[in-house]
Design a protein around this ligand. Structure first.
Ligand code: GLY
Length: 376
Protein backbone atom coordinates (compact mmCIF):
# COMPACT_ATOMS: atom_id res chain seq x y z
CA UNK A 1 0.00 0.00 0.00
CA UNK A 2 1.37 3.48 -0.86
CA UNK A 3 2.05 5.99 1.93
CA UNK A 4 -0.98 8.04 2.97
CA UNK A 5 -0.95 11.45 1.31
CA UNK A 6 -2.11 14.88 2.35
CA UNK A 7 -5.55 16.09 1.39
CA UNK A 8 -7.20 19.53 1.54
CA UNK A 9 -10.84 20.38 2.30
CA UNK A 10 -11.92 23.99 1.66
CA UNK A 11 -14.39 25.74 3.95
CA UNK A 12 -16.13 28.31 1.75
CA UNK A 13 -17.15 31.35 3.82
CA UNK A 14 -16.44 34.32 1.59
CA UNK A 15 -13.65 36.45 2.97
CA UNK A 16 -13.43 34.16 6.01
CA UNK A 17 -12.81 31.03 3.90
CA UNK A 18 -10.02 28.71 4.95
CA UNK A 19 -8.57 25.30 4.24
CA UNK A 20 -8.37 22.18 6.35
CA UNK A 21 -5.22 20.20 5.57
CA UNK A 22 -5.33 16.53 6.60
CA UNK A 23 -2.35 14.18 6.49
CA UNK A 24 0.55 12.65 8.36
CA UNK A 25 3.79 14.22 9.62
CA UNK A 26 2.21 17.68 9.60
CA UNK A 27 3.44 18.85 13.03
CA UNK A 28 7.05 18.50 11.89
CA UNK A 29 6.38 20.65 8.82
CA UNK A 30 4.04 23.11 10.54
CA UNK A 31 6.44 26.04 10.20
CA UNK A 32 6.73 25.97 6.42
CA UNK A 33 3.02 25.21 6.04
CA UNK A 34 1.86 28.00 8.35
CA UNK A 35 4.49 30.68 7.60
CA UNK A 36 2.35 32.32 4.88
CA UNK A 37 -0.34 33.07 7.49
CA UNK A 38 1.93 35.00 9.86
CA UNK A 39 2.56 38.74 9.58
CA UNK A 40 5.49 38.39 11.98
CA UNK A 41 7.12 35.04 12.71
CA UNK A 42 6.01 34.41 16.26
CA UNK A 43 3.04 32.80 17.91
CA UNK A 44 1.61 31.62 21.21
CA UNK A 45 0.35 28.06 21.44
CA UNK A 46 -2.49 27.28 23.84
CA UNK A 47 -2.43 23.64 24.82
CA UNK A 48 -3.09 21.37 27.79
CA UNK A 49 -1.14 19.33 30.28
CA UNK A 50 -1.89 16.04 28.48
CA UNK A 51 -0.98 17.16 24.95
CA UNK A 52 2.07 19.24 25.91
CA UNK A 53 4.38 16.40 27.05
CA UNK A 54 3.37 14.25 24.07
CA UNK A 55 3.48 16.66 21.14
CA UNK A 56 4.40 20.25 22.04
CA UNK A 57 8.14 19.82 21.41
CA UNK A 58 7.45 18.35 17.96
CA UNK A 59 5.16 21.24 17.05
CA UNK A 60 7.54 23.91 18.37
CA UNK A 61 10.47 22.32 16.49
CA UNK A 62 8.31 22.14 13.36
CA UNK A 63 7.41 25.82 13.68
CA UNK A 64 11.03 26.76 14.37
CA UNK A 65 12.14 24.88 11.25
CA UNK A 66 9.92 27.25 9.29
CA UNK A 67 11.27 30.30 11.13
CA UNK A 68 8.33 30.74 13.53
CA UNK A 69 9.20 31.25 17.19
CA UNK A 70 6.64 30.16 19.76
CA UNK A 71 5.72 30.25 23.41
CA UNK A 72 3.15 28.05 25.10
CA UNK A 73 0.34 28.46 27.60
CA UNK A 74 -0.45 25.11 29.20
CA UNK A 75 -3.80 24.73 30.97
CA UNK A 76 -5.16 21.72 32.89
CA UNK A 77 -6.59 18.99 30.67
CA UNK A 78 -10.35 18.44 30.75
CA UNK A 79 -13.71 20.12 30.44
CA UNK A 80 -13.06 22.13 33.63
CA UNK A 81 -10.78 24.41 31.60
CA UNK A 82 -13.77 25.70 29.61
CA UNK A 83 -14.43 28.09 32.49
CA UNK A 84 -14.24 31.81 33.32
CA UNK A 85 -11.11 31.46 35.53
CA UNK A 86 -9.11 29.57 32.89
CA UNK A 87 -10.34 31.88 30.11
CA UNK A 88 -9.22 34.87 32.17
CA UNK A 89 -5.81 33.30 32.71
CA UNK A 90 -5.36 32.52 28.99
CA UNK A 91 -6.42 36.02 27.88
CA UNK A 92 -4.14 37.71 30.42
CA UNK A 93 -1.20 35.48 29.46
CA UNK A 94 -1.76 36.15 25.76
CA UNK A 95 -1.64 39.87 26.55
CA UNK A 96 1.47 39.35 28.68
CA UNK A 97 3.07 37.59 25.70
CA UNK A 98 2.25 40.77 23.75
CA UNK A 99 0.03 39.10 21.21
CA UNK A 100 -1.07 41.86 18.82
CA UNK A 101 -4.16 42.26 16.67
CA UNK A 102 -2.41 40.90 13.56
CA UNK A 103 -0.76 37.94 15.29
CA UNK A 104 -2.15 34.42 15.24
CA UNK A 105 -2.72 32.20 18.25
CA UNK A 106 -2.50 28.42 17.84
CA UNK A 107 -5.07 26.17 19.53
CA UNK A 108 -3.26 22.85 19.97
CA UNK A 109 -5.34 20.17 21.64
CA UNK A 110 -8.76 18.57 21.74
CA UNK A 111 -12.18 20.19 21.69
CA UNK A 112 -11.72 21.93 25.03
CA UNK A 113 -8.57 23.70 23.86
CA UNK A 114 -10.04 24.65 20.49
CA UNK A 115 -13.13 26.13 22.14
CA UNK A 116 -11.17 27.89 24.90
CA UNK A 117 -8.31 29.26 22.79
CA UNK A 118 -10.66 30.19 19.96
CA UNK A 119 -12.88 32.15 22.35
CA UNK A 120 -9.84 33.81 23.96
CA UNK A 121 -8.71 34.84 20.44
CA UNK A 122 -12.22 36.08 19.64
CA UNK A 123 -12.28 38.50 22.58
CA UNK A 124 -8.59 39.45 22.76
CA UNK A 125 -8.13 42.99 21.40
CA UNK A 126 -11.64 42.60 19.91
CA UNK A 127 -10.52 39.62 17.89
CA UNK A 128 -7.21 38.13 16.81
CA UNK A 129 -6.86 35.29 14.33
CA UNK A 130 -6.16 31.71 15.31
CA UNK A 131 -5.12 28.42 13.81
CA UNK A 132 -6.55 25.09 14.89
CA UNK A 133 -4.23 22.11 15.24
CA UNK A 134 -6.62 19.53 16.73
CA UNK A 135 -5.20 16.49 18.49
CA UNK A 136 -8.28 14.41 19.33
CA UNK A 137 -10.41 12.63 16.76
CA UNK A 138 -13.43 14.54 18.02
CA UNK A 139 -11.73 17.88 17.50
CA UNK A 140 -10.38 16.83 14.11
CA UNK A 141 -13.77 15.87 12.69
CA UNK A 142 -16.00 18.36 14.44
CA UNK A 143 -15.00 21.13 16.80
CA UNK A 144 -11.91 22.47 14.99
CA UNK A 145 -13.97 23.29 11.89
CA UNK A 146 -16.81 25.78 11.78
CA UNK A 147 -15.82 28.51 14.21
CA UNK A 148 -17.84 27.65 17.30
CA UNK A 149 -15.81 28.76 20.32
CA UNK A 150 -16.69 29.21 23.95
CA UNK A 151 -16.75 28.04 27.53
CA UNK A 152 -19.29 26.44 29.86
CA UNK A 153 -21.48 28.13 32.45
CA UNK A 154 -22.39 26.48 35.75
CA UNK A 155 -25.89 26.51 34.19
CA UNK A 156 -24.92 24.51 31.11
CA UNK A 157 -22.46 23.58 28.44
CA UNK A 158 -21.25 26.02 25.78
CA UNK A 159 -23.60 28.75 26.98
CA UNK A 160 -20.93 31.48 26.64
CA UNK A 161 -19.15 31.91 23.34
CA UNK A 162 -18.73 33.40 19.90
CA UNK A 163 -18.54 32.36 16.29
CA UNK A 164 -14.91 32.94 15.34
CA UNK A 165 -13.58 31.07 12.33
CA UNK A 166 -9.99 29.82 12.35
CA UNK A 167 -7.67 31.03 9.57
CA UNK A 168 -6.46 27.50 8.90
CA UNK A 169 -6.83 23.98 10.30
CA UNK A 170 -3.93 21.52 10.31
CA UNK A 171 -4.94 17.93 11.05
CA UNK A 172 -2.06 15.55 11.69
CA UNK A 173 -3.46 12.02 11.78
CA UNK A 174 -0.29 10.76 13.51
CA UNK A 175 -1.29 12.38 16.80
CA UNK A 176 -4.26 10.01 17.02
CA UNK A 177 -1.73 7.25 17.81
CA UNK A 178 -1.36 8.58 21.36
CA UNK A 179 -5.11 8.64 22.08
CA UNK A 180 -6.50 6.01 24.42
CA UNK A 181 -8.95 3.57 22.82
CA UNK A 182 -11.68 5.24 24.83
CA UNK A 183 -10.85 8.73 23.52
CA UNK A 184 -10.60 7.42 19.96
CA UNK A 185 -13.98 5.73 20.15
CA UNK A 186 -15.57 8.80 21.71
CA UNK A 187 -14.38 10.82 18.71
CA UNK A 188 -15.53 8.07 16.37
CA UNK A 189 -19.07 8.75 17.59
CA UNK A 190 -18.82 12.13 15.82
CA UNK A 191 -17.51 10.43 12.65
CA UNK A 192 -20.51 8.09 12.56
CA UNK A 193 -22.74 11.12 13.10
CA UNK A 194 -21.98 12.40 9.59
CA UNK A 195 -23.10 9.11 8.08
CA UNK A 196 -26.21 8.95 10.22
CA UNK A 197 -27.32 12.51 9.59
CA UNK A 198 -26.70 12.87 5.87
CA UNK A 199 -24.63 10.21 4.10
CA UNK A 200 -25.89 6.62 4.17
CA UNK A 201 -23.00 5.49 1.91
CA UNK A 202 -20.53 6.79 4.47
CA UNK A 203 -22.30 4.82 7.21
CA UNK A 204 -22.14 1.68 5.01
CA UNK A 205 -18.40 2.32 4.51
CA UNK A 206 -17.88 2.77 8.27
CA UNK A 207 -19.72 -0.47 9.03
CA UNK A 208 -17.05 -2.24 6.96
CA UNK A 209 -13.98 -0.08 7.62
CA UNK A 210 -14.64 1.12 11.19
CA UNK A 211 -12.78 -1.71 12.93
CA UNK A 212 -9.68 -1.13 10.74
CA UNK A 213 -9.74 2.59 11.57
CA UNK A 214 -10.02 1.78 15.24
CA UNK A 215 -7.03 -0.57 14.92
CA UNK A 216 -4.83 2.18 13.45
CA UNK A 217 -5.08 2.10 9.64
CA UNK A 218 -3.81 5.56 8.62
CA UNK A 219 -5.13 5.65 5.08
CA UNK A 220 -8.59 4.77 6.37
CA UNK A 221 -8.31 7.34 9.17
CA UNK A 222 -7.41 10.08 6.68
CA UNK A 223 -10.38 9.12 4.52
CA UNK A 224 -12.78 9.04 7.49
CA UNK A 225 -11.55 12.43 8.70
CA UNK A 226 -11.67 13.86 5.14
CA UNK A 227 -15.26 12.73 4.58
CA UNK A 228 -16.31 14.01 8.00
CA UNK A 229 -14.63 17.40 7.53
CA UNK A 230 -16.02 17.72 3.99
CA UNK A 231 -19.53 17.05 5.33
CA UNK A 232 -19.08 19.59 8.09
CA UNK A 233 -17.52 22.17 5.74
CA UNK A 234 -20.50 21.87 3.40
CA UNK A 235 -23.00 22.40 6.20
CA UNK A 236 -21.05 25.30 7.74
CA UNK A 237 -20.68 26.99 4.34
CA UNK A 238 -24.43 26.88 3.85
CA UNK A 239 -25.41 27.81 7.43
CA UNK A 240 -22.52 29.31 9.37
CA UNK A 241 -24.56 30.72 12.29
CA UNK A 242 -26.86 27.74 12.76
CA UNK A 243 -30.06 29.28 11.49
CA UNK A 244 -31.16 25.95 10.02
CA UNK A 245 -29.21 23.02 8.57
CA UNK A 246 -26.21 23.31 10.93
CA UNK A 247 -28.45 22.18 13.78
CA UNK A 248 -28.36 18.71 12.18
CA UNK A 249 -24.83 18.45 13.58
CA UNK A 250 -26.52 18.23 16.96
CA UNK A 251 -27.83 14.74 16.21
CA UNK A 252 -27.66 12.91 19.55
CA UNK A 253 -26.73 16.10 21.42
CA UNK A 254 -30.04 16.93 23.13
CA UNK A 255 -29.99 13.58 24.92
CA UNK A 256 -26.18 13.58 25.09
CA UNK A 257 -25.87 16.97 26.78
CA UNK A 258 -28.45 15.97 29.39
CA UNK A 259 -26.43 12.82 30.13
CA UNK A 260 -23.22 14.83 30.32
CA UNK A 261 -24.86 17.27 32.74
CA UNK A 262 -26.21 14.34 34.78
CA UNK A 263 -22.70 12.91 35.08
CA UNK A 264 -21.19 16.28 36.00
CA UNK A 265 -19.19 16.61 32.72
CA UNK A 266 -16.82 14.13 34.31
CA UNK A 267 -14.79 11.15 33.14
CA UNK A 268 -17.90 9.04 33.75
CA UNK A 269 -19.06 10.07 30.28
CA UNK A 270 -16.98 11.72 27.55
CA UNK A 271 -18.74 14.13 25.18
CA UNK A 272 -18.48 11.78 22.19
CA UNK A 273 -19.81 8.90 24.30
CA UNK A 274 -22.81 11.00 25.30
CA UNK A 275 -23.37 11.84 21.62
CA UNK A 276 -23.22 8.16 20.59
CA UNK A 277 -25.69 7.12 23.29
CA UNK A 278 -27.79 10.17 22.39
CA UNK A 279 -27.81 9.19 18.70
CA UNK A 280 -29.06 5.73 19.67
CA UNK A 281 -31.85 7.37 21.69
CA UNK A 282 -32.66 9.75 18.79
CA UNK A 283 -33.12 6.77 16.45
CA UNK A 284 -35.19 4.96 19.07
CA UNK A 285 -37.36 8.07 19.43
CA UNK A 286 -37.67 8.37 15.64
CA UNK A 287 -38.79 4.73 15.39
CA UNK A 288 -41.26 5.18 18.29
CA UNK A 289 -42.78 8.16 16.48
CA UNK A 290 -43.14 6.03 13.35
CA UNK A 291 -40.67 8.19 11.43
CA UNK A 292 -38.14 5.49 10.61
CA UNK A 293 -38.20 1.72 10.23
CA UNK A 294 -38.18 -0.22 13.51
CA UNK A 295 -34.97 -2.12 12.66
CA UNK A 296 -32.80 0.98 12.16
CA UNK A 297 -32.02 1.66 15.85
CA UNK A 298 -30.75 -1.94 16.15
CA UNK A 299 -28.51 -1.50 13.09
CA UNK A 300 -26.98 1.65 14.61
CA UNK A 301 -26.53 -0.08 17.97
CA UNK A 302 -24.96 -3.12 16.25
CA UNK A 303 -22.28 -0.92 14.66
CA UNK A 304 -21.53 0.75 17.99
CA UNK A 305 -21.25 -2.71 19.56
CA UNK A 306 -18.89 -3.92 16.78
CA UNK A 307 -16.67 -0.96 17.53
CA UNK A 308 -16.74 -1.56 21.30
CA UNK A 309 -18.40 1.81 21.96
CA UNK A 310 -20.66 2.86 24.80
CA UNK A 311 -24.19 2.73 23.39
CA UNK A 312 -26.83 2.52 26.16
CA UNK A 313 -27.47 4.08 29.55
CA UNK A 314 -26.28 0.78 31.04
CA UNK A 315 -22.77 1.67 29.83
CA UNK A 316 -22.68 4.77 32.08
CA UNK A 317 -21.28 3.97 35.53
CA UNK A 318 -22.90 5.33 38.71
CA UNK A 319 -26.32 6.78 39.41
CA UNK A 320 -28.41 8.71 36.90
CA UNK A 321 -31.52 10.85 37.43
CA UNK A 322 -34.90 9.44 36.45
CA UNK A 323 -36.56 10.34 33.12
CA UNK A 324 -38.05 13.53 34.61
CA UNK A 325 -34.64 14.61 35.88
CA UNK A 326 -33.05 14.08 32.46
CA UNK A 327 -35.86 16.01 30.75
CA UNK A 328 -35.27 18.84 33.21
CA UNK A 329 -31.59 18.90 32.20
CA UNK A 330 -32.60 19.13 28.53
CA UNK A 331 -34.27 22.45 29.40
CA UNK A 332 -30.78 23.97 29.81
CA UNK A 333 -29.67 22.93 26.33
CA UNK A 334 -28.58 25.95 24.30
CA UNK A 335 -30.90 24.91 21.47
CA UNK A 336 -33.96 25.47 23.66
CA UNK A 337 -36.36 28.06 22.20
CA UNK A 338 -39.25 29.18 24.38
CA UNK A 339 -38.45 26.32 26.75
CA UNK A 340 -38.90 23.70 24.00
CA UNK A 341 -35.81 21.63 23.18
CA UNK A 342 -35.00 20.79 19.55
CA UNK A 343 -34.56 17.17 18.60
CA UNK A 344 -32.76 15.90 15.54
CA UNK A 345 -34.80 12.97 14.28
CA UNK A 346 -34.24 10.59 11.36
CA UNK A 347 -36.41 9.18 8.58
CA UNK A 348 -33.61 6.74 7.71
CA UNK A 349 -29.86 6.38 8.08
CA UNK A 350 -28.53 9.48 6.30
CA UNK A 351 -31.80 11.41 6.45
CA UNK A 352 -32.01 13.60 9.55
CA UNK A 353 -34.23 16.59 10.19
CA UNK A 354 -34.90 19.10 12.98
CA UNK A 355 -38.09 18.94 15.03
CA UNK A 356 -39.43 21.15 17.78
CA UNK A 357 -42.68 19.23 17.91
CA UNK A 358 -41.70 16.06 19.66
CA UNK A 359 -44.41 14.98 22.12
CA UNK A 360 -42.89 15.16 25.62
CA UNK A 361 -44.55 11.82 26.47
CA UNK A 362 -42.59 10.08 23.72
CA UNK A 363 -39.29 11.49 25.03
CA UNK A 364 -40.23 10.44 28.55
CA UNK A 365 -41.14 6.92 27.37
CA UNK A 366 -37.85 6.48 25.47
CA UNK A 367 -35.86 7.61 28.49
CA UNK A 368 -37.95 5.49 30.86
CA UNK A 369 -37.30 2.40 28.71
CA UNK A 370 -33.58 3.19 28.56
CA UNK A 371 -33.45 3.60 32.35
CA UNK A 372 -35.40 0.38 32.88
CA UNK A 373 -33.03 -1.40 30.47
CA UNK A 374 -30.18 -0.17 32.64
CA UNK A 375 -31.63 -1.92 35.67
CA UNK A 376 -32.23 -5.28 33.95
N1 GLY B 1 -20.39 20.80 16.81
C1 GLY B 1 -21.52 21.26 16.15
C2 GLY B 1 -21.26 22.44 15.27
O1 GLY B 1 -20.13 22.81 15.05
O2 GLY B 1 -22.19 23.03 14.81
Amino acid sequence: MSAPSCTVVPVALGERSYEVVIGTGLLATAGSRLAPFFRRPRTVIVTDATVAPLHLATLQAGLEAGGIGSEAIIVPAGEGSKSWPVLERVVEELLAHRVERDDLVIAFGGGVIGDLAGFAAAILRRGVGFIQIPTSLLAQVDSSVGGKTGINSPLGKNLIGAFHQPRHVLIDIDVLDTLSDREFLAGYGEVVKYGLLGDADFFDWLETEGPRLRDGDKTGRIEAVRRSVAAKAGIVSRDEKEQGERALLNLGHTFGHALEAATGYSARLLHGEGVAIGMGLAFTLSARLGLCAQEIPSRVAAHFADMGMKRTLADIPGDLPDAGGLIELMGQDKKVVGGVPAFILCRAIGDAFISREVPPDAVRAVLQEAITGRRL
